[in-house]
Design a protein around this ligand. Structure first.
Ligand SMILES: Nc1ncnc2c1ncn2[C@@H]1O[C@H](COP(=O)(O)OP(=O)(O)OP(=O)(O)O)[C@@H](O)[C@H]1O
Length: 560
């Protein structure tokens, strides 16, 4: 389901249009029922129909009083209101909960569909705030909509009754209400600005929390730095966020209290001013004041809900920006399958990171990789090896130039199939606890033994029983997943960097040749120059360009 929202009510319309419609209709019925109660009260309290005028107190009996029929209708309306309003409110609560889950699922899918470069750019902190702050705020705002409907209809019904009582008074009241509501909008507008500001600060807080957790080891070793970090990265944005939030909420509270007074201001104007403008009987004045008093409840509810709606609007803006700026990767229907192939080629590939500040670029890279061949990519720090590896694995798409598998150029029609040929272990690898795919237990066990993990980890019900291992051992777990995946292209980004010398040797002289002999294309980013002779081909990177390609076992290097 496409969850790009135009406004707050869209959140509910998209998820349960029928239920949302039902909750609004029930809300409108509730509002009308509320508004109907006033004429009943006025009728029953009108002086000429008064109970005391017609029956003596001793003979009074509810069932034969002159207002008994109306009394029954009144009670029935009250019971109806309880039933219908509860149903409408329960419905909207249910839709709100459902909408929240559906929307989060839609966001998970969107995050999964983002180009990897965009995911890197937006960062974890913003995404977590989107899921944990903005969606709940939006849901709360949307859940207020039926309540607003009920109150709005009550207000309209009561105003309609005012027309019936006295049309001049009606226009006078409308004018007063209009002026008061316009005045109410000004603080609401200012409050919204503060909410937007505080929301920005909470993004910074999230980033700070990330450093606090992932940088805990470093911070523990340097108390002064830890204090400075907490002061600058957490206290400061927390304080600024708090200040903006409190200012925004104070302004909204002021507006709400003022809003609650609106009906009284109008009542004051009616009582103290109106009798001098128009001729009004006392009974009419009583009816008008009663109707206006009756308005205070729903007007207050509407204005209170406005505060939450404003916060919902800020959240909606954030979510909209996310959807608009971070578009899904353009993956057309994957019509073309990858035909028989034995090589992967980069032809005049250039790549620029999508950040404005970064000057680094990969320039005009050309080379060819083959099945049953081990290629080392080497070079100094920052020369572009990892960037290049993400172009090979098609996580980044070339800014210009092309990647070929066999004779087929990789584009949006076949990129998913192309990616499915590749397994990679990057320096910031992640180990999933679940072992995906069907694998025989003895195969898993033999790999665990080969990786010297058999006494540390076992696989129970397709799950690793632990991932709490040393860094080097966790990397071996990532290697286990790669071996089980059994893809034809295997890419390692400094895999051996944190292995002990003995296992380094096993990796370079046993595991890599094993992959090569089973026909795989093996790409290894490495600084381990003592093992460079394991390679069939070495690509030397320097400042974003290929400086040289050395063929150790085969023909001369490919010219661009
Ligand atoms: N996620 C990123 N966003 C923006 N720029 C980046 C990003 N990653 C790397 N860069 C830029 O690309 C340059 C090359 O980085 P890369 O990681 O490709 O180098 P490398 O050769 O793998 O280095 P090392 O040996 O230190 O791992 C960096 O100097 C940096 O300017």
């Amino acid at each position: 389901m496409n969850m790009e929202l135009k406004n707050i009510s869209d959140l509910f319309w998209r998820v349960s249009p029928n239920l949302f419609f039902a909750s609004i209709v029930l809300g409108i019925i509730t509002g009308l029922s509320y508004a109907t109660l006033i004429p009943f009260i006025l009728y029953a309290t009108a002086s000429d129909k008064s109970v005391n005028n017609q029956l003596s107190v001793e003979n009074y009996n509810f069932f034969n009083s002159p207002t008994s029929e109306m009394g029954w209708v009144f009670v029935l309306i009250c019971i109806g209101i309880v039933a219908i309003k509860s149903t409408s409110t329960i419905l909207s609560m249910y839709i709100a909960e459902r909408a929240s889950v559906v929307h989060r699922i839609s966001l998970y899918k969107r995050i999964n569909a983002l180009p990897y470069a965009n995911l890197e750019r937006i960062g974890q902190a913003k995404l977590i705030n989107l899921l944990n702050v903005d969606i709940p705020a939006l849901t709360v705002a949307a859940a207020n909509l039926p309540v607003i409907w009920i109150s709005l209809v009550t207000v309209l019904g009561t105003l309609a009754y005012l027309i019936y009582l006295n049309s001049q008074v009606f226009f006078f009241v409308i004018a007063c209400l209009f002026i008061s509501v316009v005045c109410y909008q000004l603080p609401i507008f200012i409050g919204l600005k503060f909410f937007s500001k505080s929301r920005e600060y909470y993004d910074q807080v999230q980033l700070g929390v990330k450093g606090l957790i992932y940088g805990a080891k470093e911070l523990k070793l340097n108390h002064q730095r830890a204090e400075q970090y907490i002061e600058e990265e957490l206290f400061e944005p927390e304080k600024s966020g708090l200040s903006a939030d409190v200012k925004g909420k104070s302004i909204i509270i002021f507006a709400q209290v003022y809003g609650e007074m609106i009906s009284f201001l109008v009542i004051g104007a009616v009582i103290f001013h109106l009798p001098y403008l128009y001729s009004i009987t006392t009974t009419e004045l009583f009816g008008i004041v009663l109707a206006l008093l009756y308005l205070t409840g729903p007007v207050g509810i509407i204005l209170n809900a406005m505060g939450e709606l404003q916060q919902g609007k800020v959240a909606l803006k954030k979510i909209k920006t996310f959807y608009q700026e971070l578009t899904e990767e353009d993956l057309a229907e994957q019509k073309q399958s990858i035909q028989q192939w034995d090589r992967l080629k980069l032809h005049q590939v250039s790549y620029h990171y999508p950040t404005r500040t970064n000057q680094f670029a990969l320039n005009n890279v050309c080379f060819e990789l083959k099945k049953s061949q081990i290629t080392f990519i080497v070079g100094g720090n920052g020369s572009g090896k990892s960037t290049l590896s993400k172009l090979i694995s098609m996580h980044y798409l070339p800014s210009s130039g092309a990647v070929y598998i066999g004779d087929q150029q990789i584009d949006k029609h076949n990129i998913r199939q192309a990616r499915s040929l590749i397994s990679a272990i990057y320096t910031d690898f992640f180990v999933f606890e679940k072992i995906y795919g069907e694998h025989q237990q003895n195969k898993i066990q033999s790999y665990l033994e080969k990786l010297e993990l058999a006494d540390k980890v076992s696989v129970v019900n397709h799950r690793l029983d632990t991932t709490a291992l040393s860094d080097g051992q966790r990397k071996r777990l990532a290697l286990l997943a790669l071996l089980l995946d059994d893809k034809p292209i295997c890419l390692f980004d400094e895999w051996a960097a944190d292995q002990d010398p003995r296992f380094k040797k096993i990796f370079y002289q046993d595991i890599l040749p094993m992959l090569k002999s089973s026909g795989k294309m093996v790409i290894v980013i490495s600084h381990d120059d003592r093992y460079f002779d394991c390679a069939d081909q070495i690509i030397i990177m320097e400042q974003g360009s290929v400086r040289d390609i050395k063929q150790l076992t085969q023909k001369p290097a490919l010219a661009c």
